[in-house]
Design a protein around this ligand. Sequence first.
Ligand SMILES: Cc1ncc(COP(=O)(O)O)c(C=O)c1O
Length: 406
Amino acid sequence: MNGPSTDPTAANYAANVAHNYGAPPITLVKGQGTLVWDAAGKRYLDFASGIAVNAVGHAHPHWVKRVTEQAGKLVHVSNLYRNEPQGELAHALSLRCGPGRVIFCNSGAEANEGLLKLARLHGQRKSGTEGACIGVVVAEKAFHGRTFGGMSATPQEKIQKGFRPLLSGFTAVPLNDLAAWDKVIDAQATAAVLIESIQGEGGVNPATSEFLRGVEKICRERNVLFMIDEIQCGIGRTGKFFAYEHAGVKPDAIAMAKGLGGGFPIGAIWMAPPHDDLFQAGSHGTTFGGGPLAATAGLAVLEILESEQLVAKVAERSVAWHAALRELVALRPDLVKEVRGAGYMVGVILHVDPLPVVAALREAGILTAPAGGVAVRLLPPLNASPAELAEAVAILRQVLGGWKAA
Ligand SMILES: Cc1ncc(COP(=O)(O)O)c(C=O)c1O
């Protein structure tokens, strides 16, 4: 590990970067495919993927070529003018989401802000009065971002603490408890529900298909927007383009970001008719969102997913991978509770604090991300090979197999 004395970047961070991420343990300087290297030349398997962002790995040649060429042609024009890549990307997303309309932005939190504004507009249309129907029902343990809207939709003390008062109108109900959702979704007061198909930060908690279908039905009956946050689990990560597709539901609106740009910041919301006309000229906007460079990065990701058939490969390769990961439970039942998730979004659920385990795995050569105080989260790039998946399992077996209880 690099100490501040030997690594100038660590010294710069210690002196000049705010400490909202604590003191990051290593300095990463280079990536190629599923691998990254730190400033000391140590190699890691990157199974964090910048928290589900590097969908096509690091420095994919097609992505680099598309982004480099676009950078030399047109980087930014604002949304006062059309740009070709934005139009193409909106079209490509509508092919995957269904007929509807897209608004681009720059991050996941900003995409969810868009959905929350959409919910307000829907509530106003439904009730005929501004402010009369503003309720949003969310799941316990959800994570929807760090903005004021995002925090308000994130019923976690550690996220909200210090920032109250937040927005009003949010109700949190246990994920997968359909009867509880049925009780709180109110035809008059509820504008929308907002659900992650698989909770990421909350500990890799999948919404069941039965639950999603049940909430969708209640929403239809009560004219409530069925909004899905696919920011972490979307863009092929679970072996379908969107994770909600496993349940066969049809959202009214979707938030996406992370994997969409393959590392370039981009977010988007997609809205189904008749809700796709709720935002009228002047009601929402962004200087940077959907700029030609970001949109080209998004197109490059989608082109690679298609040409390398990565979504199907994730579905296929994850079967054997999950089976091998589940053997960790038999290896150390005192340490590993279960393995859950879908495709390349997996939580190894521990009986102990995951933070020291994540640190030990990093020392052993694999980057992972903790989640929900219970999980070691594995989020490899979607083009991680069977050999790389197997190497990850071998490191996990070595580290967890030799783990000494504190
Ligand atoms: C499900 C979900 N929604 C929203 C966000 C916020 O995205 P961002 O960090 O890009 O603002 C995240 C980030 O982890 C997320 O996982």
